[in-house]
Ligand binder design. Structure first.
Ligand code: ASP
Length: 326
């Protein structure tokens, strides 16, 4: 039997409400890792399981310092020969950011499976217990390791890099935008449908001790250019512009972009549109303006790559390679 470790960080999967029909008013991160495990005796048929409560957060409060502490702890646990696989519980709100951070920083030697819930544990038809059970079933599969961190939710398993929150309240909120899952979960039977890519984590070396400030600034009709100036004044080391369409830059932002570049701040064109990303030179002369592009990443993913790349001292050329290769 494999030995699986549950690392709990909070979220709605550990949420509690006064009324079982209320899925909109509850306290996230109210139940402990031990309580979640005690409510899931079926896990014993998959493996022996131990639990660790690392944080008790509503994931809206997750900070980059938490990502670093989490990655450090998981690296230690991955190195422990007594542990075969790890399941991480997390709130859905920022799961895609934490999952992507772990995708970039953890070795791919043991299965790491994140899971979450949209309904609190006290709700009728709570989605958490089955998601957690399927996450354990996935973490017990040695072949899961090479995919990098995975997300188990609603009978499907997604690569961390591909998983987004796609709905603000429906139970089927987590999933891919332009791609399918890597595996299906039918009960506790996990069927992989895609081979693992032969890639290594982009930032698998020594972990940074701190991450620089990188801001995401969203474009919309009339969005003022002084948002960019305010970020630079507050010591942002890079700006990710969540632009309209295929990375269209408003004309009145050009002077602020030029000033940021002159101050050595990396400026990345990304898109606020859910799918497609921004390709180099599309709609804009990146070479002439000194801007970078996000490739297929979301603005939030591009921000994480920049934080890690800048912490490593990468220059603009390396940052562009990081963004396209993450
Ligand atoms: N606010 C919750 C969280 O992200 C939402 C959830 O888990 O679904 O912690």
């Amino acid at each position: 039997m494999p030995h699986l470790l549950l690392v709990a960080t909070g979220g709605t999967i550990a949420g509690s409400a006064a009324d079982s029909s209320d899925t909109a008013h509850y306290r996230a991160a109210a139940l402990s890792a031990e309580t979640l495990l005690a409510a899931l005796p079926e896990a014993a048929s998959i493996g022996s399981v131990s639990a660790e409560q690392l944080f008790a957060l509503d994931s809206k409060n997750m900070q980059p310092a938490h990502w670093l502490a989490l990655a450090q702890r998981l690296r230690e646990r991955i190195a422990d020969p007594a542990i075969d696989g790890i399941v991480l519980t997390h709130g859905t709100d920022t799961l895609e950011e934490t999952a992507f951070f772990l995708h970039l920083t953890l070795p791919r030697s043991k299965p790491i499976v994140l899971t979450a819930a949209m309904r609190p544990a006290t709700a009728r038809s709570a989605d958490g217990p089955m998601n957690l059970l399927q996450a354990f079933a996935c973490a017990a599969q040695p072949e899961a390791a090479a995919h990098g961190p995975l997300v188990a939710a609603g009978d499907r398993i997604w690569r961390a890099r591909d998983c987004r929150k796609r709905h603000s309240h429906a139970p089927d909120a987590l999933g891919g935008i332009e791609c399918g899952p890597v595996a299906s979960a039918i009960g506790t039977s996990i069927q992989f449908e895609a081979a693992a890519p032969a890639t290594a984590p982009r930032f698998g070396g020594a972990l940074a001790t701190a991450l620089p400030r990188v801001d995401v600034i969203c474009a919309y009709a009339g969005a003022p250019a002084d948002l960019l100036e305010a970020s630079v004044e507050r010591d942002a080391k890079a700006l990710v512009l969540a632009l309209t369409g295929h990375g269209s830059v408003p004309d009145d932002w050009l002077p602020a972009i030029a000033a940021a570049r002159a101050a050595g701040i990396a400026v990345v064109r990304a898109s606020r549109v859910m799918a497609g990303g921004v390709a180099p030179q599309a709609n804009f002369d990146d070479a002439a303006h000194g801007t970078l592009v996000c490739g297929r990443l979301s603005p939030w993913q591009a921000r994480i790559v920049l934080m890690l790349g800048i912490a490593q001292g990468h220059d603009a050329l390396q940052l562009q390679a990081d963004l396209l290769g993450a």
